[in-house]
Design a protein around this ligand. Structure first.
Ligand code: NFE
Length: 484
């Protein structure tokens, strides 16, 4: 007999997400992924000065603010016909890259590991590291978060659990250090007010630059010493997750980090039948059939057939997976393919563990790229080519950029110097959109066919949701962004 399992709200994510699955014969046979809260950023920009978008859109999200400032600035540069200075471009890439690396660290340690570890195992630790005793006290004070004995297949190795738990606590300190480095260049965090069209307004003195360099060195050390090795250790212990959580297998990625002549990522689309093509902006459709919106963006909370506030984004009629795994797939990244071989994975496919590993791999790749571009910053050169705030541009500007969770597009349309349209195509909308025209949403597809654990005790469905939670969190959901 079919039954329904709900995860509502999904915790350890940004925003409001509900997952409903139909389970039949021990497998997920239907899935509905719904964003639960209307935002309205596209609407509130209407009638405003276009440059306001660089600051207002950063408020869409508490996690990925910088990326919206950057994508908006690129769109505004297109609208104003205003190239950034080289210094501005360098600073923007330095901000973007350090943010992406720390966002990935946060996702692995704070958002993902509690799905796989039973931190109460630390009580069985017999090593000499005194920090473990400290951790034990933290765990005792928050047993709900850390003493998760409900996980039916948690990592049973106490030593490795202890090492990862230490990574968990160090990741918090690293995030603070990275925040300080980002504020040195972006003015402040969260919401770097210095990111504007034409570059970055901060007067970057040598001490500010050194603070950034120090943060980058610490983040790089953390990635090399703990994050990538521990992501690999997780993959070693849960190798079956290379076969769980497969989306349709269509990938889309934007370019980015274009400064050194050869971009770190190039834009493109890779279909599940192996076809690859360059990205074409006008091939994206925003569909509202299953969304509580009408064709003009008006709110329709009682609309028939609607079940989410997230729009369905499709590329040439196909749902796409976006994110670090999509970026390595579209770029046919040889380093990542050889990393996969360490786990006997011969083909790069969509999966839970593929996403987790791709993020760690990307963090390392970005950190070394940032070290490479640092010398391009010239202390005596301007950081911004400022826009003429009295100009009254007419037309449309597009900013195709990237965020931790995937491709990010901003599009601004202005008449007589006022915003008349603003369009946001955001990573989590690609991944968390609903089913439209018979094409299941990306995460919905990833849930279909998932085996569900048998009930341990009557009525205790918590352990049955573990697979769902792991699949959903492997996409690093941000519903605040998805709905915007
Ligand atoms: Ni709110 Fe974001 C990123 C963007 S996801 S986290 O990364 O854009 O949709």
């Amino acid at each position: 007999m079919a039954k329904t399992l709900s995860l509502d709200p999904v915790t350890r994510i940004e925003g409001h997400l509900s997952i409903e699955t139909r389970v039949e014969g021990g497998k997920v046979t239907g899935a509905k992924v719904a964003g639960r809260m209307f935002r309205g950023f596209e609407q509130l920009l209407l009638g405003r000065h276009p440059v306001d978008a660089a600051r207002i859109t950063q408020r869409i999200c508490g996690i990925c603010h910088e990326v919206h400032g950057i994508a908006a600035s690129i769109a505004l540069e297109d609208l104003y016909g205003l190239p950034p200075t080289e210094n501005g471009h360098v600073l923007r890439d330095l901000i973007l890259g350090l943010h992406l690396a720390t966002d990935h660290i946060f996702h692995f340690y704070q958002l993902t590991l509690p799905d796989y570890l039973d931190f109460s195992l630390l009580r069985n630790y017999h090593g000499r590291d005194e920090r473990i005793a400290k951790l034990d006290r933290i765990i005792g004070s928050s047993p709900g978060t850390f003493g998760n004995q409900k996980i039916p297949d948690a990592l049973s190795n106490a030593e490795l659990t202890a090492e990862m738990a230490l990574g968990y606590t160090e990741a918090i300190t690293i995030r603070k250090t990275a925040g300080s480095g980002l504020a040195s260049l972006g003015g402040k965090v969260p919401f770097c007010h210095a990111i504007l069209p034409g570059g970055v307004t901060t007067g970057v003195s040598s001490d500010k630059l050194m603070n950034y360099v120090n943060a980058l060195e610490q983040v790089t050390d953390f990635v090399n010493r703990l994050y990538l090795p521990q992501a690999k250790a997780l993959a070693n212990h849960f190798p079956h997750y290379f076969a769980v959580g497969r989306s349709h297998g269509n990938f889309y990625g934007n370019g980015g980090f274009t400064l050194p002549g050869e971009p770190l990522f190039t834009a493109g689309v890779l279909y599940n039948d192996g076809r690859a093509e360059p990205f074409r902006m006008n091939t994206i459709a925003e569909l509202v059939d299953a969304t509580f919106l009408d064709d003009k963006g008006g709110i329709r909370p009682d609309k028939d057939g609607a079940y989410s506030w997230v729009k369905a984004l499709q590329y040439a009629g196909e749902p796409m997976e976006v994110g670090p795994l999509a970026r390595v797939a579209v770029n046919r990244d040889a380093g990542f393919v050889s990393l996969l071989k360490q786990f006997n994975q011969t083909v790069l496919r969509s999966s839970v563990m593929g996403r987790i590993l791709a993020r760690a791999y990307e963090a390392q790749k970005i950190c070394s790229h940032l070290e490479k571009i640092l010398p391009r910053f010239a202390l005596d050169q301007p950081t911004i080519n400022p826009p003429d705030m009295l100009a009254k541009p007419d037309g449309t500007g597009r900013g195709m950029s990237l965020a931790a969770r995937g491709a990010l597009n901003h599009e601004v349309t202005a008449r007589d110097g006022k915003v008349t349209g603003y369009r946001l195509q955001v990573p989590s909308a690609w991944n968390f959109g609903p089913t439209v025209n018979g094409r299941t949403g990306t995460v919905e597809q990833a849930l279909l066919g998932t085996p569900v654990q048998p009930l341990k005790k009557k009525g205790d469905t918590a352990n049955q949701s573990i697979e769902t939670g792991r699949i959903v969190r492997s996409f690093d959901p941000c519903l605040a962004c998805a709905i915007h």
